[in-house]
Design a protein around this ligand. Sequence first.
Ligand SMILES: [Zn+2]
Length: 266
Amino acid sequence: MRIIDPHMHMVSRSADDYERARRAGIECCIEPAFWSGQDKRHAGSFFDYFEQIIDHETDRAERAAGMDHYVTIGLEPKEANYREMAETVVDRVPEYLDRDPVVGVGEIGFDGMTDDEEWAFREQLEIAEDREVPVIVHTPHTDKPEGTELIVDIIEEMGVTQERIVIDHNTENTIDISTRTDCWIGFTLYPGKIEAQSAIELLEEYGTDRMIFNSAADWDPSDPLAVPKARDMMLDRGWDREDVRTVVFENPYEFFDQSPNFDYEP
Ligand SMILES: [Zn+2]
């Protein structure tokens, strides 16, 4: 069964990881721009990083594993707190949306829930709305329910198109907040975020409509095969193959197919 993993930070992964992921069924992945483990101090560092994920990673995915690799571009919340640098970066987000592998804006959202983070979040939601492209929203690690409430309030207040937004990194504590909206609901199968079994149990309770699994595989302990393993776990639990396919393929496909630049053909 083919898989789309809609959230992988492959820049921090090896060619071998691409190969293993491809062999486990991942035909296509989306790489959101995010924090690189250390705060960047210069706006120019973002632009080099954007180029790297747009060009080099897309090329590397193809070379290493014949995998389709797409990107979302945005200023993540942690570094939004360096306001002057943040303004320079956000100003240039729109021009990246024209690039071929760029299928949306993200990750954007909240980390410490500061005013500067809220400014960057609103600006970039506006850019995505204006360009009619998908958005990946990062919910914070601490005070997650409060952060998710704030995200939902801002999305509702701004009146942006909820069907083009995925609220990511949901847990048992945020699902009731996120499902109040028409946004898509992401679960990141990553140590400290949510275990595959808990995420699967939530889907058994809430259904598969608009539900998306991802690995967020990055430089910390994480697993580029998290979604294929969850697929196997769902099948082992007796799930219908079509329902499994909805979660690991159809939903992320439908979500990103809203982007004019997403031309992956299964
Ligand atoms: Zn991420």
